[in-house]
Write a protein that binds this ligand. Structure first.
Ligand code: TRP
Length: 343
């Protein structure tokens, strides 16, 4: 069989799925199905590195899986599953905990940001988070990972872990009949211009499920009224839209709304400004609302149908986990041998 590159990505079930997850991640996962073997995970084990109400965790796990499918991921072409169903993730992450160095982990900026002043009180799991992420990726020997800039450092760490493992266990890997290194050096997959959706209330912060203001985030299951209201009340400046992209510089909120429009319409910022240059917000915002509703309403409808059908969702996730395991288990058998575990 011809070599088909394999991609892996994951989203944490720690809140309702929102427009940032869709435009920044899921929408970009879809076309990769045509060119790669695609594995898309709901990383529930990562979610519990901070406290999650168990009922919420379960609901969000179904919701993200439903969002994947409603947005165009085909569960027969992609492997769609939740992490905790494939215990090899936990097993490999332990081995990686013993490969990664304290100094590498202490440099992780996401940990420092999340732990803040409170570093003594956060979970050990939060510190080990990037090691589990490396296990997610390397368990399948994935060669590409489509993620945003905020995950760059974690991918670098993944490569460092792969390199150190490959180096430390070179002799054992050779003895197994491998000519080359055991783990691939995984690349960040660029999938077109990066769309980092920002908060509707503050163009300097990314749209997130943990924002204090309800108006800052468009959720995938929002109805048309909620979407229209949030866009109407989105923070802007008093200037009309510029006719050229350079005119968006220093106007973070305007840039965000124009970027959202372009991403939803599948066009470029330049095209949007050609159409709306000179227009005021009173014209642009209703147009953005209509576009957002027309794109998001069918996805929300399908998500609602899917999350209402537990039997179907469980079947899809179990089938995905079985197919993930079929790749993971032979790798794990080799890794145990390489490390020297007796079976
Ligand atoms: N850390 C990623 C995020 O916060 C989620 C994630 C976990 C992930 N495991 C992964 C992403 C493996 C890509 C590949 O967005």
């Amino acid at each position: 069989m011809a070599f088909v590159p394999r991609v892996f990505s994951g989203i944490k079930p720690s809140g309702d799925l929102h427009l940032g997850n869709y435009l920044g991640a899921i929408k970009r996962f879809v076309p990769l199905q045509d060119t790669h073997q695609t594995i898309y995970c709901v990383v529930d084990m990562h979610a519990i590195t901070v406290w999650q109400e168990p009922e919420d965790l379960r609901r969000w796990t179904y919701e993200i899986a439903a969002g994947y499918i409603a947005a165009g991921l085909d569960p027969t072409r992609s492997i769609i599953f939740n992490q905790s169903q494939v215990m090899e993730h936990a097993e490999l992450s332990w081995i990686f905990n013993c490969v990664a160095r304290m100094g590498w982990m202490e440099r992780m900026t996401q940990f420092k940001d999340k732990a803040g002043e409170n570093a003594e009180a956060v979970s050990l799991g939060l510190f080990a988070y990037p090691s589990l992420m490396a296990a997610d990726i390397l368990l399948y020997k994935s060669t590409g990972v489509p993620v945003g800039d905020d995950q760059k450092q974690h991918l670098e760490l993944t490569r460092d872990i792969a390199k150190k493992f490959n180096h430390d266990f070179r002799r054992q890997t050779k003895a197994l009949g491998y000519e080359a290194d055991y783990f691939p050096i995984t690349e960040t997959l660029a999938t077109g211009p990066a769309m980092r959706v920002k908060s509707l209330k503050d163009g300097a912060r990314k749209m997130s499920k943990s924002d204090a203001s309800d108006l800052s985030t468009i959720y995938m299951m929002d109805d048309a009224d909620a979407i229209a209201k949030k866009i109407k009340r989105a923070t802007t400046d008093p200037e009309p839209l510029p006719s050229e992209a350079a005119g968006l510089e220093g106007r973070a909120e305007a840039e965000n709304l124009v970027g959202i429009y372009a991403a939803l319409a599948g066009t470029s910022v330049v095209d949007v400004l050609t159409e709306f240059g000179g227009a005021g917000w009173g014209r642009f915002k209703p147009a953005l609302s209509d576009l957002a509703v027309s794109v998001l309403a069918p996805i929300a409808g399908e998500m609602r149908r899917l999350v209402g059908d537990f039997t179907e969702m469980d079947r899809i996730l179990r089938d995905g986990a079985d197919r993930a395991r079929a790749i993971a288990q032979p790798h794990m058998d080799e890794i145990r041998k390489i490390v020297g575990f007796v079976r």
